[in-house]
Design a protein around this ligand. Structure first.
Ligand code: PHB
Length: 583
């Protein structure tokens, strides 16, 4: 049976000035997000209630923006969409400033640590430092949880007004199974562990107690075994009196702690860490934080500054299929960022290149959907709800997943196999591959390993070791690997190999001719992350009869480099606030 779609959020009627195509576009992105990032067009028609023709145009526009990819009958969210959530996360400063401290606390306690912020009557995660969580659910950045089933919840509810309690009760009545919270198992008030969540009175008591204590516990409210201890983080500039900026939680399992022992043993250390975090947030900003791209290098920047011509050209090319007002409205969140958390209409218009009237209507639309709030001083801020636009689904994307569509496009253009690999010991290990024809005696699949010294990807990855390793140490390492002649062309002398690797490092590519197998020619380039570290290699392999070396350099190398740049651009966006696994 298909899962029941969550109830629509209680937005009410949109204001007359709202941009309808933007409302619909966001509805589609939300539907894809709720389907964990992938859905067939047919399923989207059912869940959004939009006409097929409308949906096609929205998907075509999102695809043009690079936020969605079409594969067969499915629409798939792309890592680039994370630039919207990144804009909120940068503007909030929370993960950038506090993430390293949360990481340190997780190391110290050997337990998971998370940061959550209030969002309506729920809490939403903005950071996760995960440790040994194999036994229970792990939440992702952007996941929304019902406040009453979490430890941060009572601390947030401690500052609720009567109206907010009313809104919470109405939501509980309208959604008795928590269907609007796809990250948690359905609420079952009859289940043993759910007894505590069954009564509204109980949550009100917990909130009152949390106000007194300054901490709160989750004793298996979400699922059996999962326990958490939370402390609020306050600053003088908290959004509202009584409301914390965020809540810091230590998350454990009943196999390691009881709820009581969690509090007894870890509360003092959690409190000390939160005090340190409060000091960190109070520290004035010193330009872009480490790891932040400098202003003007933000992902999406290129498109934003030339927005008018970009949307115009897209309209020319796609005609009716391209919805300009959707494309324009969706760029508004990217105006926000580190040091740009509260923006006037003029600042938004200037940053996006939109006309004031266009920016204004987009902001009104986003405000209606709860993605933006307007302050009395006429500035606008992004809200954590922006993270509902695909962030949870995309925040676990791996490098091979990021690379896969780009490899397929590359293989299609050069009509030869394209692969991605990492260094594992002295071997290269394939992590993604798109094969066009069989050129080798062995069948290469993901996981296949070859000796690094005899392959183009291996040489690129070994050459990158020279960033850290002195030349002589590399020679010694190559000697230890014991290079063997795999064909009559294989270079095996460690000194000769090291000299080749030095050349590869300078040239930025490796071309290997028949050293792994007779008749096989391959060329590889590095894939570099935002910190300048080579995290993988990308290659094209072909039979020697397909192209001579000159043609390989003239035709394939530029394609390889362009592909690596696309993978790196996606990796930059995806890796801004999450660690992207390389395998
Ligand atoms: C989490 O970070 O996974 C977490 C935090 C608080 C809870 C439950 C889970 O109450």
């Amino acid at each position: 049976m298909p899962p029941t779609p969550p109830p629509p959020p209680p937005h009410g009627e949109p204001p007359a000035e709202a941009v309808k195509p933007l409302l619909r576009g966001i509805l589609v992105v939300r539907a894809l997000s709720d389907a964990d990032g992938r859905a067939s067009i047919g399923a989207l028609v059912r869940t959004t209630g939009l006409a097929r023709a409308t949906l096609d145009r929205i998907v075509a526009t999102l695809a043009r923006m690079g936020y969605v990819r079409l594969t067969g009958h499915d629409a798939v969210l792309t890592p680039r969409l994370m630039e919207l959530g990144n804009a909120y996360l940068s503007a909030s400063r929370l993960p950038g400033r506090l993430g390293p401290l949360a990481e340190r606390l997780a190391d110290e306690l050997d337990e998971s640590v998370s940061l959550a912020v209030p969002d309506g009557d729920g809490i939403r995660f903005v950071h996760q430092s995960t440790r040994r969580r194999a036994m229970s659910l792990t939440f992702r950045i952007g996941d929304l949880l019902p406040a009453e089933r979490t430890a941060p919840g009572p601390l947030i509810a401690a500052g609720w007004t009567g109206e907010e309690w009313e809104r919470w009760r109405a939501r509980r009545a309208a959604d008795p199974e928590d269907r609007g919270f796809p990250a948690v198992p359905p609420r079952d008030d009859k289940a043993a562990h759910g007894v505590r969540t069954g009564h509204a009175r109980r949550f009100e008591e917990l909130a009152a107690r949390a106000r007194e204590d300054g901490w709160a516990l989750d004793d298996q409210l979400i699922e059996p075994g999962l326990i958490a201890l939370s402390v609020p983080l306050r600053t003088p500039t908290a959004p509202r009196a009584g409301e914390p900026v965020c809540v810091v939680s230590v998350v454990s399992h009943t196999s390691r702690h009881s709820a009581a022992s969690l509090r007894e043993t870890l509360l003092p250390r959690l409190r000390a860490a939160v005090a340190g975090m409060e000091r960190e947030l109070a520290r004035p900003a010193a330009g872009p934080a480490a790891g932040e791209p400098a202003a003007g290098r933000l992902p999406g920047e290129g498109r934003r500054s030339g927005l008018a011509s970009w949307t115009g050209a897209s309209k020319q090319e796609l005609g009716r299929e391209f919805i300009e007002s959707l494309a324009r409205g969706l760029t508004v969140p990217t105006a926000f960022g580190e040091g740009r958390d509260a923006l006037t209409l003029s600042a938004v218009a200037e940053a996006t290149g939109l006309a004031r009237a266009t920016a204004r209507r987009a902001l009104i639309t986003l405000e209606h959907l709860g993605h933006v709030t307007a302050a009395p001083d006429r500035t606008f801020r992004l809200t954590p709800r922006v993270l509902s636009l695909g962030y949870p689904a995309l925040s676990r994307t791996t490098l091979p997943q990021i690379a896969a569509p780009h490899l397929a496009a590359l293989a299609g253009r050069v009509q030869d196999s394209a692969s991605l690999a990492v260094l594992v010991g002295d071997d290269v290990q394939y992590t993604a591959r798109v094969a066009t024809r069989r050129i080798m005696n062995v069948n290469i699949t993901t996981g296949t390993r070859f000796p690094a010294y005899a392959t183009s990807m291996g040489r690129v990855l070994l050459a990158a070791l020279l960033d850290e390793l002195p030349y002589d140490a590399l020679v010694a390492r190559l000697a230890r690997a014991g290079p063997r002649p795999l064909t009559r062309h294989t270079v095996t002398a460690p000194a000769e190999l090291a000299a080749l690797l030095d050349g590869v490092r300078r040239a930025g590519y490796a071309l290997v001719d028949e050293e792994l197998e007779e008749g096989l020619r391959s060329i590889a380039v590095p894939v570099v992350d935002g910190t300048g570290t080579v995290v993988a290699a990308l290659n094209v392999a072909m039979h020697t009869s397909r192209r001579d070396v000159g043609a390989c350099l003239a035709e394939v190398l530029p394609e390889l480099r362009a592909t690596a740049a696309r993978v790196e651009a996606d990796l930059d966006v995806a890796g801004r606030f999450t660690r992207v696994p390389t395998v």
